[in-house]
Design a protein around this ligand. Sequence first.
Ligand code: ADP
Ligand code: MG
Length: 298
Amino acid sequence: MAENILTMENIVKTYKMGDEQQTVLKGIDLQVDKGEFVAILGPSGSGKSTLMNIITDNLRPTAGEVALDGNVIWKNSNAYRARLGYMPQQQGLYSSFTGTRFLWYMAALKGLSHREAKTRVNELLELVNLKDAADRRIGGYSGGMKQRLLIAQALLNEPDVLVLDEPTAGLDPKERIRIRNFISEIAADKIVLLATHVVTDVECIAKEIILLKQGRILKKASPMELIREMDGLVWEFLIQPGEMAGVQKKYLVSNIMMTDAGLLVRAVGNGEQFPAERKKAAANMEDVYLYRMEADIG
Ligand code: ADP
Ligand code: MG
């Protein structure tokens, strides 16, 4: 019986750069249960894509193991791939292909039968709302349409484990929201791992957020817990326009808003360092991200 539990144990990845060694993943331990939607949130270079490549069996770690239901994935490669859907961060799309042809091509690569492919391709074009554009060349698609097509190919084999690496890259805010809602719809009863550096991609839809910094997990918690822990760490105060540069150097500023009374600064930290005339503010995920990634809190 497939239980659908994905485990990572002490994943380490070291790259050789000439004579230098660079360790980009420094011991990642993680368990993801069936139906869990986990976001890997971290700045560029923190190791997200490296981890996604390892989880999808496209890259071997220097040390450590990834297992699905206790079976190490690279010892059961075919069985694992049959249950896996992957949307890599970088994927070429043949611009001369139509959407339909691309999905048929990917279905063939994944070993679907002609019959399965026919049903699945049609279903997916419908699901990702590309039915009308299905017979147009991909070269003429918008960024959002391309991303949706790439998500569709990841779903061809009805995966139990869906891995999406920066699925909203290069999209405008409206398309971003559409993709986000769409992902949350398809996430039901599968493991979803979504890597992103964009807080708003995942703050409302992920069950758990993993904050990744320089190859280490800083924290794994629900968005609610992360926000709750920020109580008393988010402040607002007014400054004059001339003070702006100094303030940005001195504090972790998460937002600046122009008001009639002056510039309203929102900053994270334990409070005392900010001007006396300050007000406590309710935290959001942007504050969490800024504080956890930037503050010198070890
Ligand atoms: P992210 O997806 O979070 O931006 P990556 O996993 O792409 O991070 O990269 C993490 C670090 O590993 C970066 O410093 C990057 O330069 C380095 N890196 C990634 N791939 C390679 C590679 N093939 N060879 C050497 N260094 C690499
Ligand atoms: Mg990446």
